[in-house]
Ligand binder design. Sequence first.
Ligand code: TXA
Ligand code: MG
Length: 322
Amino acid sequence: MPTQRITTAADAAAILRRGGLVAFPTETVFGLGVDATNPAAVERLFQAKGRPSDNPLIVHVAGVEDWPLAAAALPDSAAKLMAAYSPGPLTVVLPRRAEIAPRVSAGLDTVGLRVPRHPFAQEMLRLAGVPIAAPSANRSGRPSCTTWRSVLEDLDGRIDAVVCRDADGCGIESTVVDCTTEPPTLLRPGAVTLEDLRRIAPGTRPAGDVSPGAVRSPGLAHPHYQPRAKVVLVDAPPTAEELQGREAAYCGIGASDQAIAPSSPLSFVRHYADENEYAAGFYEFLREADRRGSPIIYVQLASENGIGAALRDRQRRAAGVQ
Ligand code: TXA
Ligand code: MG
């Protein structure tokens, strides 16, 4: 199927309403949208991504007040968290509304709900008028996309349309917090940090603190964010001795790319000014290193503070360690 390049929210909304698949920018990463109430369209989306069917999708709506389009109830903790952090990079897991295609929830009785802040996403959702299920717009297992060209690299010919505007914002997928448990459970770290959550919903627990059987996000077990290159996590750029003449790429925090000696065999280097910039650029760096054919990517591990915790989680998964 030829993938249309589109630019307006009206075009995106019209294709979604017809049951089409549209990749659109958000303030985290690109989403691959589909009408969450249309089971056939949802089925096509799983095919296009090659997504395992036990991994549930997040449903997107235009405003906080639209939660009844996707959920059957709004627990108190979710209402408070959304009042504080939505629209924005936050997903709350709620009891599912019956009209949402069961496959969206991967058979669970819950649904992830997010109100994105990106103006394009907001306008598109408002015009669509239906809840939009949207996983990240990449082939399953690959790094997420923050540019529309990267989306096409993975999905050209497999989806109906892509919006030709880049995502701009934190660059890491939303924080996912299960509000059907009391206290809430943090399932995936993001730009809204554990400290941010606890300020509003005291006692929120990271999933690691809950016994394994009690965690209800099966998709977290699958490989994620992995480039073709081997990812090696490091604290500092590798020395010439460590590289032994092997070609490699490196990304991390630093004042400038000049910090690497010209004699180094590192073929592709990027230093980010701080962890916010690092997070915003990380997925595109992995993809660019793949385009350049780097066999190994050395990745400086982020801190455990602020956005660092979310970036660190993605870096560990990109390297295949959980
Ligand atoms: O920032 C984001 O969240 C992006 C943009 C497009 O909104 N979307 C995104 O979707 O990252 P995806 O499909 O790549 O990741 C969805 C995550 C998965 O870890 C999934 O297991 C979890 O959300 N999730 C979705 N619904 C859930 C549910 N009902 N219960 C538990 N976890 C759920
Ligand atoms: Mg994803």
